[in-house]
Write a protein that binds this ligand. Structure first.
Ligand code: GLC
Length: 662
């Protein structure tokens, strides 16, 4: 199906460059089908007649990232797209790949990681899953949108190397999946709003990264339609009454030409063509029950076992009190996370699920039916006598997050911390389950409890997944996609929020583990950390040189326990001596391996020039500097199991003098 620009009057073309209403594109007086753009990353948030239609709540992207599993990211995207078809949405406004620069960002639950390789790899798979069903994806928010406070007026100010090495690579990687659309962010980037930032949208996104789909604005992120067209933004959402006149003014005053208008309209016509041509793929085939099972299956692999002293988990026997804070509110489950856990965050990513979770103590009891000497699970509102009388206590706590607001602390509420500390006074076997969208400062109580399970925001499958892990029905395999610092003051940005109009990215490329490892700071739990009921050993590191900058790194992972499990191995690279400041190590590959009890497997990860390069603003390109590089294979960024070294010696004519050689 091909549409021809000549079919449309100038007036129709101008109207096509803004939405028809809050969610739909314009039809040009019926000449085009209208497209419905719908949130969100954790399930369809289809708005109709003032209400949100019910859909399956999948794990949040931040929880999904703890699985380090592109297959699961694909499955999530595919499942949500299946429901998009059933609910008649044409483009899913997801995934977001903004980097987690500070754990205070209120939308971290919607983002994958502090590391661009992990974020981009999972986003690419997610987009492939969505678009496999003939539903368009929308990679967002381009770019450097790392905070919610004053997101529509504050400028993210950063140097070129930081932009290239930290804040744009996740987009670069995810674009390999050819998303139908990319959404520009609300904020300014180095003083120009993203929606009218020609260097960002045309220079980087289109010309350098090769994106040839449609650029849509974040909702109300456009300040002047003619300036947006100049920057090559295609679609202003939602409908804006000023758009037509601003474009007319632009044309009449020569800001923009009709050719520039046509180029933008072409992108909308191409998007409609993609949608029309995808009709045959758009078959909704899954039942609600199947989608719920998928939500549970994914959630299980997103759970991170952070601490398990004395092997207290999985729970084997005795009287077990299960509960949480009993909040005197009208929150679902009266605020008791063991009754109704936090399954997602607020704002545009909110999903209205009809699924009613069962209390955790009931889910747990069910997993021991038929087991002799099974534990006895009781729900408790923690009159401390019960804690005293129980063999084990499971406490469910957490933080809430919502779009538009940043957190003012990463600690649990005072009441929740007191609940943990007081319970631990009466019971030495406390297990804490944490529901949150980002890193939590647990330093006030972590030493008082024996086990900590980080659930994250797991979607509607949360209770079943957590019960599977606590009971041993499932073996935890998740690993952290972001560092958990000891306190907010240890993070690169602390409590700073910019001055309201500018936020300086003074930490440069030292974000997340790049910061803590380079500054040699202690952390609560490192990037890539996660325990298992299995135990894995690493051996036989081999580094095969294919060219001066291409290497095949292989190693053996063995499950030395008697429990089948999965291990996420991480490959880091360190530039031993460089003429610019580089992080102490950087993630350049990872692999997830299923291993039966006693089983060994050979794992292989490829490295190429980009694995060793830094971005040189002077040379305006990625540059591999000759010298030694260390290769680390780890179970986390701070649990390095194998290490090797290579020497890169590219032809001198391509190199620059190196002060350390002179
Ligand atoms: C919101 C969000 C964006 C969302 C859009 C539509 O403000 O920033 O992610 O897709 O508007 O709800």
């Amino acid at each position: 199906m091909k549409y021809d620009l000549k079919q449309f009057t100038l007036e129709e073309k101008l109207n096509l460059l803004t939405g028809k209403n809050f969610w739909q594109t314009d039809s040009a007086n019926g000449k085009l089908p209208e497209l419905f753009l719908s949130d969100g990353p954790h399930g369809v948030r289809k708005r109709a007649n003032g209400e949100t239609l019910a859909a399956t709540a999948m794990p949040s992207l931040s929880a999904l990232a703890n699985s380090w599993d592109p297959e699961l990211a694909y499955a999530s995207g595919e499942t949500i797209a299946d429901e998009c078809i059933a609910l008649e949405a044409d483009v899913l406004l997801a995934p977001g790949v903004n980097i987690k620069r500070t754990p205070l960002c209120g939308r971290n639950f919607e983002y994958f990681s502090e590391d661009p390789l992990l974020a981009g790899t999972l986003a690419k798979a997610y987009i492939e899953g969505v678009q496999s069903k003939g539903v368009g994806a929308c990679l967002k928010h381009f770019a450097v949108n790392n905070r919610e406070s004053r997101r529509t007026v504050q400028s993210s100010e950063l140097d070129e190397r930081t932009f290239r090495e930290i804040y744009s690579p996740a987009f670069e990687i995810a674009l390999q999946a050819e998303p139908w659309t990319v959404m520009c962010s609300y904020n300014l980037v180095n003083g120009v709003w993203a929606s009218e930032n020609e260097k960002l949208l045309r220079g980087v996104l289109r010309d350098e990264f090769g994106f040839n789909g449609l650029i849509v604005s974040d909702w109300r992120a456009v300040n002047h339609s003619a300036r947006a067209v100049k920057a090559s933004l295609d679609l202003r959402m939602p409908f804006d009454a000023h758009a037509y006149n601003e474009l007319k003014q632009g044309l009449d005053e020569g800001w923009i030409t009709e050719a520039e208008i046509d180029a933008r309209v072409e992108k909308l016509l191409e998007l409609v063509e993609k949608r029309v041509n995808a009709e045959k793929k758009r078959k909704s085939v899954y039942t609600k029950e199947q989608n719920h099972e998928t939500a549970v299956r994914l959630a299980r692999e997103c759970v991170v076992l952070l601490k398990n002293e004395d092997g207290i988990l999985p729970i084997r026997k005795g009287n077990v009190a299960v509960g949480s804070i009993f909040a005197l509110t009208d929150l679902p489950g009266r605020g008791d996370f063991s009754i109704v856990p936090a399954i997602g965050g607020g704002g545009s990513a909110l999903v209205r699920t009809d699924y009613k979770p069962r209390p955790l103590h009931q889910e747990l009891a069910e997993r021991y039916i038929g087991v002799s000497d099974a534990p006895n699970f009781q729900h408790s509102y923690f009159v401390f006598g019960e804690a005293y009388a129980s063999d084990t206590v499971v406490l469910c706590v957490g933080l809430s997050e919502r779009e538009g607001y940043d957190l003012d602390t990463i600690r649990l509420s005072r009441e929740q911390e007191e609940l943990i500390l007081n319970t631990a006074k009466y019971n030495e076997n406390v297990v804490v389950v944490v529901y949150a969208g980002s890193a939590v400062d647990m330093s006030a109580w972590i030493d008082k409890v024996k086990a900590v399970v980080f659930a994250g925001f797991l979607g509607e499958g949360a209770q079943e997944a957590v019960a599977d892990i606590l009971s041993g029905k499932a073996n935890p395999c998740g690993k952290l996609n972001e560092t958990f610092p000891l306190c907010i003051e240890d993070t690169p940005t602390g409590y700073t929020q910019g001055n309201g109009s500018v936020e300086l990215y003074t930490e440069g490329v030292l974000v997340g583990y790049r910061w803590y490892d380079t500054k040699e700071k202690e952390v609560l739990f490192p990037f890539g950390h996660g325990l298992s009921y299995s135990e894995f050993e690493y051996s036989d590191l081999q580094i095969d040189k294919k060219s001066e900058t291409d290497y095949e790194v292989s190693f053996t992972v063995k499950n030395v326990s008697n429990v089948d499990g999965k291990e996420i191995s991480q490959l880091y690279v360190r530039d031993v001596l460089s003429t610019v400041e580089r992080p102490q190590k950087e993630l350049k590959g990872f692999a997830k391996t299923a291993l039966k009890a006693g089983e060994s497997k050979r794992v292989s990860i490829s490295l190429n020039a980009r694995s060793f390069a830094f971005y040189s603003p002077v040379l305006d390109k990625w540059y591999v500097e000759n010298g030694a590089f260390e290769i680390y294979v780890g179970a986390s960024s701070r649990d390095i199991r194998l290490a090797g070294k290579i020497e890169i010696a590219l032809p001198q004519k391509e190199q620059y003098s190196h002060p350390f050689e002179l």
